[in-house]
Each structure stands twice: as C-alpha cells, then as structure tokens.
Design a protein around this ligand. Sequence first.
Ligand code: AMP
Length: 378
Amino acid sequence: MNRRWKSKKSAWVAFIYMVGSKTRKTEVNAMITQEKINGILEGYGKDLKIATLCSHTALQIFYGARQEKIKTIGICTKERMKLYESFPLAKPDEFIVVDDPKEIPADELVARNAVLVPHGSLVEYFGKKLENLAVPILGNRNSLLWERDREKMFEWMKNAGLQIPKTFKPEEIDRPCMVKFSGARGGRGYIIVNSQEELDSRVPDQTGITIQEYLIGIRVYPHYFYSPLSRHGYRAGEGKVELMSMDRRVESNIDEAYRLWAVGLTSKPAFTIVGNEPFVIRESLLTGVMEMGKGVVESADRLFGGIPGPFCIEMICDENLQLSAFEISARIVAGTNLYPGSSPYSVYTHGPGMSTGRRIATELKQAAKEKKLAKIVF
Ligand code: AMP
C-alpha cells in the first residue's frame, strides 16, 4: 500500500468515524446503513411486531411483549416448537419454522413488520452476518461487534473508565491467569494457567487467545437498560440508565468445587455456564454499579453511536469492595430470566411486573408513538 493511499485511507476512516458518532456507522465495512433500516421501519407503519430466535431469553421476550399487547414471532426449528408451545403465556403468536437456526428469514420478518431482538444465542449463531441483515434490530448492531471482539471490548471498558483485569502476553504470566479462546463464550473451555510453560503445554495452538489476570472476589452481573427517550432517572448520555436486576451465574464445575474436595476428588476448574441465581448487592455499592453503567453508555456514544436497550457488565467485587469489570454483554442476558415478573430493583422504578423482556416492549411502544424508532433500532 503506498503512503498516499494510506493517508487518504486514514482520512476516510477518520471521516466515517466522526460521522459514526451521529449515525452509527463506525468503520469501513459492508454494514447496512441506518438510513436503509429507517426506510424499512417507515414501511412498517404502526403495526410493529417483536421477533426473536426461540432460545436463550425468548420466553421472557415473548411474555413481556404479550403483556404490552405487541404481537410476536418466534424463529424456531420444528423440533423446538413443542417446547415453546407448551408455555401458553410465553409462546410466540406466530412461528417461522427454519431448518437451521443459523439462518435468519430476513424477507419474511420484514414482510411481517418485525423488529428483531438480539440475545446471546442469536448473536452467537449469526455473528458477523448481523452486520448486513436487512431487518431492524433492537439496539445498535455496532455494539454487538464491539462485544464480539475482545480487544475492542477492552478498549470500550477502558474508555468507560472501568477497572479491568490486567492482560498478559504469554512470557509475562506471573500469577494465576484465565485463558480465553477466540470466539469461545459462556466460559466453555476456559482454563487457568500459572506460567508460560503451563500455557505452552496445555495450549499448543495459541492463536486468538486472551490471557487475563484471574480476578479474586464475588461475581456480580447487573442487568441494565439504557433509554435515550427519557431523562427521568439515573442520567446517562442523552437519557437514563435503569438497573433492572442482578444475578450470579452458576458455572460447572468451579461453583461446586467444594463438593469435590469433600468427597476426596480433584478436578481442574472449568467455567461452563449452566444457569443463574438471584443476587442483590449491598445498597452502599449501588452508586458504583450505576456509575459503571453510565460510563459504559457514554463511552458507547463516543465510540460507536450508543447502546440503547438492555446490556450487562460482568464484574467482580473484591474484599475492599472495589468493583472490576471483565466483560460487557451488549444485549439482554440470560440472568434476566430469573425475573419475568419483578426484581428487587425494577420494582422500585416500575412497580410490580416489569421484566427486561417487557421493558423492551414498552421502549419500542414509546419510540413508535414518539416517532423515535431510529434512536433505538438499527
Ligand atoms: P465470560 O465468558 O467472560 O463471561 O466468562 C465466563 C466466566 O468465567 C465468568 O462468569 C467468570 O466466572 C469467569 N471469568 C471470566 N473472566 C474472569 C476473570 N478475569 N477473573 C475471574 N473469573 C473470570
């Protein structure tokens, strides 16, 4: 690449980046434009539906939409329909049956005026394909790209002013470190190593790995909701950040390691997420939790045009009550499934009966009414 082209290219990247903070286009790639999505939304008129893949938090999303009288569409394989049909209050109004859950029926969704709600399984299955998907997606699809790339996520967390774990090159390992593999999510396959020798012997192919300091303390997963539509609440960016609920994950087999010791067994720790349990934090720590949420919202504004809707910061609280973050999920997380009614936090904002799934529906309704869908859907 010659230097002239190089400098032209960086000027172009800088231009797109600047425009990005207003229009949510951050990079030179083939991502669909906000204008195109706005065009699709205009064609929808008033009759909006909520669609998602039948997995992860779909029951909560469908149930919440039903409470708000919004019709729902479940993208589902034939085998899974039986399961979703067995929950009469949480099954979708309509199924779009797919052979492969990795295919999104874009045209069928648009023909039905659907806004797609992304969740963990959807993001994992569709990955990069979400960039070009010609279907309105709740939130900012750019945030899903920043979530998927660990380097970008760390840049985001730093920009948000969060305390984060140290990261190491293999030759720098001088303490227990967690090794995370490229693309791996949900803790699957993560290992702990104490030295470069141990890393080399246990991980022959080190392509794309991340080596993080193992943070000591109590895990806390607060679930936030950012609304740019209202400032009545904990102010963040042009709107407010709400604390919807909190959970703690249950991971196999680290979380019941004490049982192994008790029966005289040993095993290498593993961190595969199996489920979630409820959690509330000391009330005096809530200011820190809210400020971290606000920081993530405002840095998302600066870096890639915002993060409307639900998100989660995965954090650890140490014995000095210092909160550190090790990951952001830029969408609804499975821990919210604990609270299809109320949580010990949402009840103080909304009264009884407000889940994150329902909050998505109320936000879409408000945005549609105020003709501000482009603020929360991309
Ligand atoms: P993640 O895929 O980053 O959400 O991590 C899965 C699980 O691994 C978390 O729920 C934690 O239990 C654990 N974990 C991840 N990163 C760290 C870290 N830096 N220190 C301690 N535990 C971690």
